[in-house]
Design a protein around this ligand. Structure first.
Ligand code: IPD
Ligand code: CA
Ligand code: CA
Length: 258
């Protein structure tokens, strides 16, 4: 399948979203909360999703969109999976680690992923079987073979106070003396695993829009993405462990407390 028209659309949509992020970052924005008092959504989240949806509807009227803010209507062979602003809490504070994530699934398989880091300007792209790229240069995961010395990352869901499961895994990793960050934007975390800037990442309550693009980026960059038992990852699974592949088994064992 020639993915070029879809890649072009994904890039145009990602840059539209970036422009909206930047516009409201400068102008100021209204915000409200969703599932918990810390689950923030801003004008930029809503407007970026609306802009991405409008672009896709114009170019591919029969395609379906699953977006974080508006959900999904209908079914179709082509489904775009969109996080219009990943890292909203960072964004709301002006902490420069946030961006947009756009994946395209065709008949149930993710074939294209674009993550654009608004603040740094880094553009991560991947197509199924076509490799992963950062700003046009081919990407490879890191070569590190040991957990000690690896730079790991995780994230916490907004309801962590009610459901502290990831605190257990986080504590296990820290108690082993491992180096773990919590950057606050899962799609960018995954993209940075693909780029070899992080060696591994895990999270326990992710949504398809956090994962679709980053998952393809990592597999196309030579890394590995699984569930917590090492089983193949499937979009919709909320438990995810990602790595350069070389440290994967050791990371799974560390999270299990072994
Ligand atoms: C969140 C971020 C965060 C992760 C949460 C996500 P949002 O997405 O990716 O890093 O820990 O699980 O919900 O709300 O900023 O798009
Ligand atoms: Ca997100
Ligand atoms: Ca979001």
């Amino acid at each position: 399948m020639d993915l070029r028209p879809y890649l072009e659309a994904a890039l145009d949509a990602a840059y539209l979203a970036k422009g909206i992020h930047q516009y409201y970052q400068e102008k100021g924005f209204t915000h409200s909360t969703k599932s918990t008092p810390t689950d923030v959504v801003t004008q930029a989240d809503h407007e970026a999703e609306a802009a991405i949806r409008a672009l896709i509807a114009e170019r591919f009227p029969d395609h379906v969109v699953l977006g974080e803010e508006q959900g999904q209507e209908g079914e179709g062979e082509f489904r775009w999976i969109v996080d219009p602003l990943d890292g909203t809490v960072n964004y709301a504070h002006g902490f420069p680690f946030y961006g947009v994530s756009i994946g395209l699934e065709v008949r149930g398989e993710v074939v294209l992923g674009v993550v654009l880091d608004t603040a740094r300007g880094d553009l991560f792209t991947a197509t199924k079987g076509g490799g992963a790229y950062l700003n046009g240069r081919p990407l490879r995961v890191s070569q590190r073979t040991t957990l000690v010395g690896s730079l790991l990352a995780t994230g916490f869901p907004y309801d962590v106070a009610r459901d502290p499961e990831n605190l257990t895994y986080f504590q296990r990793a820290l108690a082993k003396g491992l180096t773990v960050r919590r950057p606050g934007a899962a799609a960018l975390d995954l993209a940075n695993v693909a780029a070899g800037r992080l060696d591994g990442f895990w999270e326990v309550k992710l949504n398809p829009w956090d994962v679709a693009a980053g998952w393809l980026l990592i597999t196309e960059a030579g890394g590995q993405v699984t569930g917590f038992q090492g089983e193949a990852y499937r979009l919709g699974n909320r438990y995810l462990v990602a790595s350069n592949g070389r440290i994967h088994q050791a990371l799974l064992e560390a999270l299990q407390g072994r």
